[in-house]
Design a protein around this ligand. Sequence first.
Ligand SMILES: [Zn+2]
Length: 421
Amino acid sequence: MTNSKLKLGRYSVGVGDRFAHQAKAQLQACVKALQEGAEVVPVWNKSNREHTIIGSEPVSTRLAADAAVKALHWELPYYLDADHITLETVGRFLAPCDFFTIDVADSIGHPAPAAEIESFVGRHPELVGSIELAGADEPFAITRETLRGTACKFLAAVKKAGEVYRNVESAKGAGNFISEVSMDETDRAQSPVELLIILAAIADEGIPVETIAPKFSGRFNKGVDYAGHGSQFEREMGLDVAAIAYAVKQYGLPADLKLSIHSGSDKFSIYPAIYRTMQRTGAGAHLKTAGTTWLEELIGLAEAGGEGLALAKEVYAEALAHREELCAPYANVIDIDPRKLPSAETVRGWSSAQYTSALRHVERDPGYNPSVRQLLHVGFKIAAKMGPRYLSLLEANEAVIARNVTENLFDRHIAPVFLGR
Ligand SMILES: [Zn+2]
């Protein structure tokens, strides 16, 4: 397979910029990381779903990122991620993007033809038995039945990824883009053993995968902290890293292959575990965040007071009124307790400080309200509908919003994951 000519590097961060107004403030967080000794490559990600809800085109992300890179004289790589694309949706991302997150979660569990499964099992006798992996404290024990069962569950998905990969390759040319395979948007976590078998299948398909996004144990709800056992996550991540290192050697996958953690943003309680695992193993990671920046726009507007605060309250009132419709597409990644949502009337009476402390993700703040945060997280459609009225307030309050965006991305995400503090 042709490895990518492009380099993602050991550390990278996926940032979402729903309204394409914060690229500079986001890049500023990477500039700060560089000043403090960590090269963290920015990747602007926006899914087809987000573009559709907002009514934007992928080229707008490209223009915003290029302008930010120019303004801040950023000389390291940066990428544009066609996030969670499929064969059906990839088209409009081909020209502006150079990073493709190939989402094949929907094909998991649909068995490939029996002959293909048998041929995969026959091709991989090395996967049967006890496999010693460097850095893992116990061997992977895989029976022929486990191998066949796993192939049954994932082979069709990997074949699908191969189809999408070849589609992108024929448009952009081999080596001119970064490939990620994502399996995170599904019900069940993939075990490290499953990950190893999946990687063998990815290598068979000839996909020069640079990042792989499994679903980890625990819940990764949008914009709020991890729900699950941190120690289990750390163990699982360590074994995943060992499986990746093994697969790189065994199957000739790109040497830089690393985990992509589709965090849903703000997984503060496991960030130290991610840092420790990378330090211990020498592995890198791609930390994908998304809606956390849109919430900083609201926080900045609320902090600005006046018209900004009024609009932030209006977004809440509208989001509350359309809660079910807004939450439906995100049902498996949010956990809102409707009883914890204040009425629109109550919020109308809030000061700037009350609004920002309900929304800003600071767990020790008694005013912090994760239900409000998650509702507003999915409420970007309301702001999208406001159109120029929302965008002109973003522009009028650029300084206060940018400060919040940079501080959130650097202090709460980049520093704990890549700098260990
Ligand atoms: Zn994802």
